[in-house]
Design a protein around this ligand. Structure first.
Ligand code: ARG
Length: 461
């Protein structure tokens, strides 16, 4: 068969049904530039080992340059008969270098070690892109925290009013997981920094090629330790898909809050017109579609991960064609994050907070009750008793539909002799927030330090 990478031992060519199933060029063409880079490095290794003379190497590299230019300009592309990106590019090379020279390149390599290397190369490039986009989002959160440093948010547990916190503290609580995602990508990069090129189909090669030189030319600091592992493992791909899914989950949790905050009932934020959408029928609508798409795409990212894991489960060593299924999910995760993150960052950077409304709601729901209990503890009351006394205060206030600070002096003493008017000193939101000054607490001084620490962590990544 003309142009195919195999066929001599077959009496007939593949059926059209097989070709249609087998073909992967519609997604692995993304790897074309990496494949050509690999071919260049491999040609040099062949020449160094004496399999190409200097003229042949020059002819080979010249043809690869022309092929690369033709791929970049779209002049050369996959044909229906090409099984995958490797088959198409070998056809293109032979068209340019002739069968004599072009036919020498395949010695000592297999599509199995090629594909495993090329996917790592692509993922390493996109890990950097995604990291930059994540840093932008962390910066946007940090800038919002800084801009609204005095703003108070009703902190919640179980979605119920719990204790007031600084808005900055809450926003940074969304930034830290993203910082860890950045660290995960960096840590992943150390495992991805090993080249499988030279592993051959599974067992290595007899030709004595310098795999370390190939690895270095392709940007890897080392070669995989085991050729079977190098060609058959995809945990590096799955781990990337996991980090992408975790980023999706981290975005979706903030997205859900923005959706709630943007409701009339909450009224905590207004979205910029440039980062919200309208309704085709209801003229008044302004919808948080970016946040909703983030929430929805988190499901897609999780699906890509679980689909890939299911593909890998139970695969015997070494290479199996199932492994061709690794690419579409992880390529989709990359494309998803690279379109989602810039929009999400734009939405966050332009969020307008209604700080008066948040401050007005912060003391509601008896959110300062814990402050009363801890005030009692500081006066020597065991916490168990302090909890009960404060609970009785809440009940009394609830019955009269007033706040804790509205309970009169006589009533306080009636609830417990430990209570006196001085307790009102802790019944302010600002006092409550300022007094939570433990490490990692919401006191303004601690949050200032936290913001500086976050900025430093991102800077030294
Ligand atoms: N297209 C394959 C993949 O993506 C690589 C080629 C290996 N094919 C083979 N028949 N050994 O995994």
């Amino acid at each position: 068969r003309e142009g195919a990478l195999w066929g001599a031992r077959f009496a007939s060519g593949p059926s059209p049904e097989l070709e249609a199933l087998s073909r992967s060029t519609h997604f692995d063409w993304q790897l074309a530039a990496y494949d050509i880079a690999g071919s260049r490095a491999h040609a040099r290794a062949l020449a160094a080992a004496g399999y190409l003379d200097a003229d042949e190497l020059q002819a080979m590299l010249g043809a690869l340059d022309r092929l690369e230019a033709d791929v970049a300009s779209g002049t050369f592309g996959p044909a229906p008969g090409d099984e995958d990106v490797h088959s198409a590019l070998e056809r293109g090379l032979i068209e340019r270098a002739g069968p004599e020279i072009g036919g020498k390149l395949r010695a000592g390599r297999s599509r199995n070690d090629q594909i495993s290397t090329l996917v790592r190369m692509l993922l390493r490039v996109h890990a950097r892109t995604v990291s930059h986009l994540l840093v932008d989002l962390v910066d946007a959160l940090a800038a919002q925290a800084d801009r609204h440093f005095d703003a108070i948010l009703p902190g919640r547990t179980h979605l119920q009013h719990a204790q007031p916190v600084l808005l900055a503290h809450h926003l940074l609580a969304h930034a830290w997981p993203l910082v860890r995602d950045l660290e995960r990508l960096a840590d992943w990069g150390r495992r991805a920094d090993a080249s499988p090129y030279g592993s051959g189909a599974l067992a290595g090669s007899t030709l004595g090629l310098d795999a370390t030189a190939v690895a270095a030319e392709l940007g890897f600091s080392r070669v995989v330790e085991n050729s079977i592992d190098g060609t058959a493992s995809r945990d590096v791909v799955a781990e990337f898909a996991y980090i992408a899914a975790q980023i999706g989950i981290d975005l979706s949790r903030l997205a859900e809050e923005i959706i709630l905050w943007n409701t009339r009932e909450f009224g905590f934020v207004t979205l910029s017109d440039a980062y919200s959408t309208g309704s085709s029928i209801m003229p008044q609508k302004k919808n948080p579609d970016i946040a909703e798409l983030a929430r929805g795409k988190a499901g897609r990212l999780i699906g890509n991960l679980t689909g890939l894991l299911a593909t890998l489960k139970g695969l015997p060593l070494a290479y199996n064609r199932d492994l061709q299924e690794d690419k579409e999910p992880v390529f989709d995760s990359i494309a998803t994050l690279e379109v989602l993150l810039p929009a999400f960052t734009g939405m966050v950077a332009t969020l307008h907070f209604d700080v008066e409304r948040m401050a007005a709601l912060a003391p509601q729901g008896f959110s300062l009750a814990t402050d009363v209990a801890e005030w009692l503890v500081k006066r020597g009351v065991p916490f168990r008793e302090a909890h009960e006394i404060t609970g009785a205060m809440v009940r009394a206030a609830e019955v009269r539909q007033v706040g804790l600070e509205d309970i009169g002096d006589d009533e306080l003493v009636a609830i417990s002799p430990h209570l006196d008017p001085e307790v009102r000193s802790v019944l302010t939101v600002a006092g409550s927030v300022a007094s939570r000054d433990n490490a990692g607490g919401t006191a303004p001084d601690r949050v200032r330090e936290q913001l500086a620490a976050l900025t430093e962590r991102v800077r030294t990544l």
